[in-house]
Design a protein. Structure first.
Length: 364
């Protein structure tokens, strides 16, 4: 079968032939991959800044955002059957008994660092024709979501952030945690992670704002308006203006990976505010920040800063529900997130080029 692989030692990205995987245990499931999304992480891996092949393999098959169809199941599989649509989670637990998160199925909080991530770290990914994995890592998706279910994995970034934010606002008394319609939430960045996060916030009842560099007439900003969120241009309005335009900013969902703008927005976070980081900065030169002011605000305003990576199975399940309700509320906006569909033969060019919102490889 064909697969798109990166060879870090020789700095190559190419389509390869791999043996088709087979079911080897009773709880394993075989999927035919239908679609695989491309994200910033894939671009970092194919520019050799990130990613690790499996042990003793010169190459890594990339791809971690995949929708598949179940074509075979082991004899012990209970939750999936042939013909089901399904999405795979990304991270697999580390082997250590002492890692409580991994032992509890929350490898997104692994403490040893010895987890693997399919298509990213130590395990082959999904930009290929067939995949086998244990059913515990595979989440069933209703047939009605076929055309957009490839967006589930990037949505889980926002789902896990929402889980964290719910937990962090539990510390607050009364109304503050109960009525999102009174709270302004700001999304930084209008790429797929930002826009899906904005959909989650709108759906959760927050007054939702998206702050990004995009032009007002860009497809990204059209999606912002279509879902009932409001756009503020970071090209026109510096972060210092944000609180004047918006009012109290209770929640920030960062989806830019840009440290400077993020920390500038942190300086306008409100009292009791929560700021969630999801972007991974590229490791550019150090930037200057007013640490005195940041620390002063954190203390005097009871603020919380929270980073989040990856997502557990529950976030995928909640994501399936949310994607269903997004498709009820604003189907055209959800569809508009997918701006290109290419074949596996064109996957290399697709990963190496930029542009659009979300490019998807149609495998089957
Ligand atoms: C993936 C996550 C992964 C992270 C870090 C993201 O692109 O969506 O599943 O944990 O990269 O490797
Ligand atoms: Zn990703």
């Amino acid at each position: 079968m064909k697969a798109l692989a990166v060879f870090p030692a020789s700095r190559e990205v190419r389509l390869i032939e791999q043996p088709e995987p087979v079911i080897a245990g009773p709880t394993e499931v075989k999927l035919r991959i239908l679609e695989a999304g491309i994200c910033g992480t894939d671009r970092e891996i194919t520019s050799f800044q990130y990613g690790t092949p499996p042990l003793n393999s010169p190459h890594l098959v990339i791809g971690h955002e995949a929708l598949g169809e179940v074509i075979d199941v082991g004899i012990g599989v209970t939750g999936l059957a042939r013909g089901d649509l399904a999405v795979l989670t990304v991270r697999r637990p580390c082997p250590h008994d002492t890692c409580a998160p991994c032992r509890k199925g929350r490898q997104d909080f692994c403490i040893t660092g010895d987890f693997t991530e399919r298509g990213i770290k130590g395990a082959h990914g999904f930009m290929t024709e067939f995949v086998v994995d244990d059913e515990r890592y595979i989440v069933k998706v209703p047939k009605e979501l076929r055309e957009v279910a490839v967006l589930l994995e990037p949505l889980t970034v926002g789902e896990k952030a929402a889980e964290q934010a719910r937990f962090l606002t539990q510390r607050l008394p009364g109304d503050l945690k109960d009525d999102p319609s009174q709270l302004n939430a700001v999304v930084l960045g209008a790429g797929p992670i930002g826009l899906l996060g904005a959909m989650k916030l709108v759906n959760g009842g927050f007054k939702t704002w998206v702050y990004s560099l995009d032009k007002a007439d860009s497809p990204n900003v059209k999606i912002v308006s279509a879902i009932g969120a409001r756009f503020v241009s970071s090209a026109e309005h510096p972060p210092a203006d944000l609180a004047k335009i918006i009012g109290n900013i209770s929640l920030v969902y960062e989806a830019t990976g840009a440290a400077k703008i993020s920390l500038d927005v942190l300086s306008v976070l409100s009292v009791n505010g929560v700021f969630i980081f999801t972007g991974v900065p590229g490791g550019r030169a150090p930037i200057e920040v007013d640490a005195e002011q940041i620390m002063r605000n954190l203390v005097l305003k009871n603020q919380v800063l929270c980073g989040t990576v990856n997502a557990g199975r529950a976030s995928f399940e909640e994501g399936v529900q949310d994607l269903g309700s997004f498709m009820q509320r604003f189907p055209a906006a959800v569809r508009a997130l997918i701006t290109a569909r290419m074949t596996l033969d064109d996957a290399r060019d697709a990963v190496l080029s930029r542009g659009g919102i979300k490019s998807v490889i149609k495998v089957a």
